[in-house]
Design a binder for this molecule. Structure first.
Ligand code: ARG
Length: 457
């Protein structure tokens, strides 16, 4: 097929330049949105009398035939076409004749591509949110299973205070809930119709942009035609939200890698989400977690590519903007895949609760509770803190843990100590007394799970 824009030139383009310019390889995935957008446009042209009613019907029938033929595979997308928009328009004209040439009245590829991309990304955001919900559900189930499994909580990757594995897992559920929320928020600005902005300045035809937007399920239209065709904020916002999804998955991945090491041995991944080594027979590698962590950089790269592409562009449309699609599509494809694999991997985690508990028993993670014990008996916290530190130091020198010191030894530090101190520094007590809102006690974890399950309903 020749160029739809042949006229001023005869439309012959150098082969290398033509391949370079073409976007069909990556924009053909928007064929449905392109056709639906064109159907709404034809309907509007017909309703406003810009073309006749029967011409509009012929165009809509023709488009609907193209859509079903593409879906059934009867029609193949021509990889030599310039882009999906020209492919659809030229196919239409080939099928229904000259009426097809009327479709592009009061429209430009500039508003058309912006519309297609918004519609396409909308369906992608729904898919990502569904997958985030599935992952959150699996995390909630795991958190429920391990709501009372004590493990060391860390700061600076140093054992800090005891927490439950359930509580730790629910931290990730909270991050992912925010991710869903961020996408919902970005969608407010995504679902705005640019169609009718035309090339950049609007049109002299008596169009009805609101009619057309509503036909496509969009309740808002862009209010400045120059902005309408040159806005790619929605790509950047979505890519930024996806970058945060990846940041969260990547932090989780890092912990999965650590926890499944021989050094930690906190968890075991199911065999079907691990790989082996070609040389070391003992290996069971957490490749899925590592790949998710690795692919995070790729999504950040997509975000930076988009920001950089946009920053120097004069208004309105510039061909640089064709580069938006590969970046934003890659970000969505990557997150889609990562969420699928992550959900399967998390579902297959078995916690080694004994190892978690024995790690929690080392490292004096109940030292804060020892200080709190003294404070609750009247000693100022800062004094209690110092004294507890001295007791820890004594323990380290004598190779003992806090619960192994005798009451007599404790009394050498302070007369305040009584037999009830052992209960106070018992790890289960440490966990269960942390019943402040959002704390690590079992009851609080149960509330978090209930909250998250409710949010994803
Ligand atoms: N393939 C183009 C893109 O993705 C479509 C818009 C072309 N507009 C133009 N004025 N050449 O941006």
């Amino acid at each position: 097929m020749g160029k739809i824009w042949a006229g001023r030139t005869d439309g012959t383009v150098n082969k290398i330049a033509d391949d370079f310019n073409s976007s069909i390889k990556f924009d053909s995935r928007m064929f449905k949105e392109d056709i639906k957008g064109s159907m709404a446009h034809a309907a509007m042209l017909g309703a406003k009398g810009i073309i006749s009613k029967s011409e509009a019907d012929d165009i809509i029938d023709g488009l609907s035939g193209i859509l079903s033929d593409l879906e059934s595979g009867k029609l193949q997308i021509d990889c030599l076409a310039e882009d999906i928009h020209t492919f659809v328009e030229q196919t239409l004209t080939k099928r229904i004749g000259d009426t097809g040439k009327k479709l592009h009245t009061a429209r430009s590829r500039n508003d058309q591509v912006a519309l297609d991309l918004r519609l396409y990304l909308n369906s992608q955001t729904e898919q990502i949110q569904d997958k985030l919900k599935k992952l959150i559900a699996v995390i909630c189930d795991k958190a429920c299973e391990y709501k009372s499994a004590v493990m060391p909580g860390y700061t600076h990757l140093q054992r800090a205070q005891p927490v439950t594995f359930g509580h730790h897992l629910m931290a990730y559920a909270m991050m992912l809930l925010r991710d869903i929320d961020r996408i919902t928020d970005a969608r407010k600005r995504l679902l705005v119709s640019p169609i009718g902005c035309c090339a950049l300045a609007g049109t002299t035809y008596d169009t009805d942009r609101i009619f057309e937007a509503e036909k496509l399920g969009l309740s808002k239209v862009s209010l400045n035609s120059i902005d309408g065709v040159s806005d790619r904020d929605f790509c950047i916002e979505l890519c930024s939200a996806l970058s945060l999804v990846m940041a969260h998955l990547s932090r989780f991945s890092e912990e999965i890698v650590l926890w499944s090491s021989w050094e930690f041995k906190f968890i075991e991944l199911s065999d079907d989400f691990t790989t082996g080594s070609s040389i070391m027979p003992q290996k069971k590698n957490p490749d899925m977690a590592e790949l998710v962590r690795g692919k995070t950089g790729r999504v950040y790269g997509d975000l930076v590519a988009l920001l950089t592409m946009l920053k120097g562009l004069p208004l309105a449309y510039n061909k640089d903007m064709q580069e938006d699609k590969e970046s934003v599509f890659d970000a969505f494809d990557t997150v889609n895949m990562c969420l699928d694999v992550f959900t399967g991997m998390v579902g297959g985690i078995t916690a080694n609760t004994e190892n978690m508990l024995s790690a929690a028993k080392g490292g004096f993670i109940n030292a804060t509770d020892l200080a709190d014990y003294l404070t609750k008996k009247g000693m100022p916290f800062r004094t209690a803190y110092k004294l507890s530190g001295e007791i820890v130091s004594h323990c380290i020198k004598s190779g003992k843990t806090l619960d192994e010191l005798t009451l007599k030894e404790y009394k050498n530090f302070s007369e305040i100590f009584e037999d009830d101190l052992y209960k106070a520094i018992d790890l289960n007590t440490c966990v269960n007394l942390r019943n402040s809102l959002g704390g690590t006690c079992v009851n609080s974890v149960e509330k978090q799970i209930e909250y998250a399950r409710n949010e994803i309903k």
